[in-house]
Design a protein around this ligand. Structure first.
Ligand SMILES: Nc1nc2c(ncn2[C@@H]2O[C@H](COP(=O)(O)OP(=O)(O)OP(=O)(O)O)[C@@H](O)[C@H]2O)c(=O)[nH]1
Ligand SMILES: [Mg+2]
Length: 538
């Protein structure tokens, strides 16, 4: 898009906005993929391209550039991976973008799943050399369950990648999704020459700069006189013509219904193709929709303020030992100082210091709208899954806990610190970094995690943030299930298995079995009980 049409578009948006409810200008989306595909890099480049880095620039001037990175935890910076999702709010083309960068590693997928409950769209990043990887597939399935529309960004075209048509084919076949390329790469790896915008033929060079040249239309003889003076161009054009003949045209409704994904190619690292993606989000990503809830979905146009907690993060600011609940607003106009009810606990809270985020930086939010993510500082009154309203009884649904697969006993190196340990484990379990169990017998602290890396994060954070060095040892159990059922059966089961029973943070009974064989045996012996692998946070 040239400057003039961009200005016209902005003007049109401003006019439209004046007559539309505020939430219609919100675009709330997550970036998902297999580890290392480039989510965090792309997040930073999207911010850059939107102009939001003026903020980063200021921070840089203060010599604290790292604080605006979405990977801000010490363990994230040391290992170069994301271990927790991060929220960034910024303006672009008269719209407010709420962008959530998620961790790719499967050990942190619970955090990613919960984040997906709070967004209206997702960007799926694919490594051009690797195609659809296992974790991408898993996350995609979650998006499909929730009918979240997806845009695809094929990243790292500056490196030797797979053939363009082959990648498109793989996305379509593996995900059973229609693909509609929106941009097209010319060459890959050392031969990468640039990107063609298929909407208007505009060409971006491999340096990320708009070249000013255009690819002439299919019937124009000038099309073959390459705007690129390179042998890669004719091969790329041939593939493009095949794609145009074979693939459907982009269809907004099909995209919004989750049947079609527009595909962008580029290099987040070299800032190529990122603006095309940003413009497409502005143009196509949906405004906030209805939030699944009991007794009925919450309409964003409702007057009453409602929202739900999808994430809790302790100690984002180590100086202040804070604990922040991340709330996605579902309806109404939220105002600072408002009194809201935590429906589950039937407790009122006055939200006097709500905040908006830019990674770890924050500012006070005086007002916020559906689609926005506000942080509410609290001391344990808000946990993941809680719904906030002005009085009605909505309960947002679909926010699960997953049964842990690794169960360990926590050992203190310094026995004097048991009180701090209790605090640390309490905080971090509410955050969802771990699940904590108290056995019915004995005074041990038992933790459960879905993946081994979570244990590293747990011990690093307990020692960093609470000054309590810990180690883990085997508890002899490798399977956990929540138990529900009639009281007499629960009592019978408890009498027989007391040594292997524990309560979780919410007081629910959990059976910690030696292994799945014992678990299945218990299920057979007690057909009246339910042994649950997930538990809804209600
Ligand atoms: N060559 C090349 N490297 C890239 C590109 N984008 C990202 N990388 C590199 O790939 C590595 C992983 O990038 P990240 O952005 O941290 O990946 P991520 O998807 O956020 O990783 P997790 O959050 O840990 O799942 C880093 O070394 C990046 O510099 C790209 O376009 N080209
Ligand atoms: Mg990352």
């Amino acid at each position: 898009m040239d400057d003039r049409s961009q200005a016209l578009m902005q003007e049109a948006r401003a006019k439209a906005k004046a007559s539309l409810p505020e939430f219609m200008s919100r675009r709330t989306f997550a970036i998902i993929s297999h580890p290392d595909a480039g989510k965090t890099t792309l997040t930073e480049k999207l911010l850059h391209s939107s102009g939001a880095v003026q903020l980063a620039g200021q921070v840089k001037a203060r010599g604290e550039r790292r604080r605006t990175r979405s990977d801000w935890m010490q363990i994230e910076q040391q290992r170069g991976i994301s271990v927790t999702s991060s929220v960034m709010t910024f303006e672009y083309q008269g719209l407010t973008f709420n962008l959530l960068d998620t961790p790719g590693h499967s050990d942190f997928s619970e955090d990613t799943y919960r984040t997906l409950t709070a967004v209206d769209a997702a960007i799926m990043v694919i490594d051009a050399a690797k195609g659809i990887e296992q974790q991408t597939l898993k996350l995609f399935e979650i998006c499909r369950l929730r009918n979240i529309p997806i845009m695809t960004f094929v990243n790292k075209v500056d490196r030797e990648g797979r053939d363009t048509l082959e990648i498109l084919d793989e996305i379509a076949a593996t995900l059973a999704l229609d693909v509609a390329p929106a941009t097209w790469p010319v060459g890959m790896g050392v031969d990468f020459k640039g990107i063609i915008d298929l909407a208007d033929g505009g060409i971006t060079g491999s340096d990320g700069k708009v070249s000013g040249k255009k690819l002439p239309g299919p019937n124009d003889p000038a099309r073959l006189e390459a705007p690129f003076d390179s042998p890669e161009f004719s091969a790329s054009l041939e593939a493009l013509e095949l794609a145009e003949a074979m693939l459907p045209k982009f269809d907004l409704d099909a995209f919004l219904e989750g049947h079609m994904t527009p595909v962008f190619f580029g290099s987040a690292l070299k800032s190529v193709g990122v603006v095309d993606l940003l413009n497409a989000i502005a143009k196509w990503a949906p405004p906030p929709g209805k939030q699944p809830a009991d007794p009925e979905p919450i309409d964003p146009a409702r007057d009453e303020v409602t929202g739900f907690v999808f994430k809790v993060q302790a100690n984002m600011d180590p100086k202040h030992r804070d604990r922040i609940a991340f709330v996605r607003l579902c309806s109404g106009t939220f105002k600072r100082g408002m009194k809201l009810t935590n429906v589950k606990r039937q407790k009122d809270i006055t939200v006097s210091a709500p905040m908006l985020f830019f990674a770890r930086e924050r500012e006070t939010a005086d007002e916020a709208f559906p689609g926005d993510i506000v942080g509410i500082p609290n001391h344990g009154t808000l946990s993941v899954g809680d719904t906030l309203t002005e009085g009605s009884k909505f309960q947002v649904t679909g926010i699960p806990d997953f049964a842990p697969e690794i169960i360990q006993r926590v050992r203190l190196t310094d026995p004097m610190k048991s009180k701090q340990l209790a605090k640390a484990l309490g905080d971090l379990s509410e955050e969802g970094v771990t699940q904590v169990f108290r056995p019915l017998l004995g005074a041990d602290w038992i933790v459960g995690v879905v993946g081994a890396l979570q244990l590293d994060v747990l011990s690093s954070r307990v020692s960093q943030e609470y000054g309590v060095p810990i180690r883990f040892e085997s508890f002899g159990c490798n399977a956990a299930r929540w138990i529900t059922g009639p009281a007499d059966q629960i009592k019978l089961f408890t009498d027989r298995n007391r040594a292997e029973l524990a309560e979780d943070g919410a007081g629910m009974l959990v059976y910690l079995a030696k292994d799945m064989w014992w678990m299945q045996r218990a299920e057979k012996d007690f057909p009246g009980l339910k042994f649950l692998a997930t538990r809804e946070r209600t």
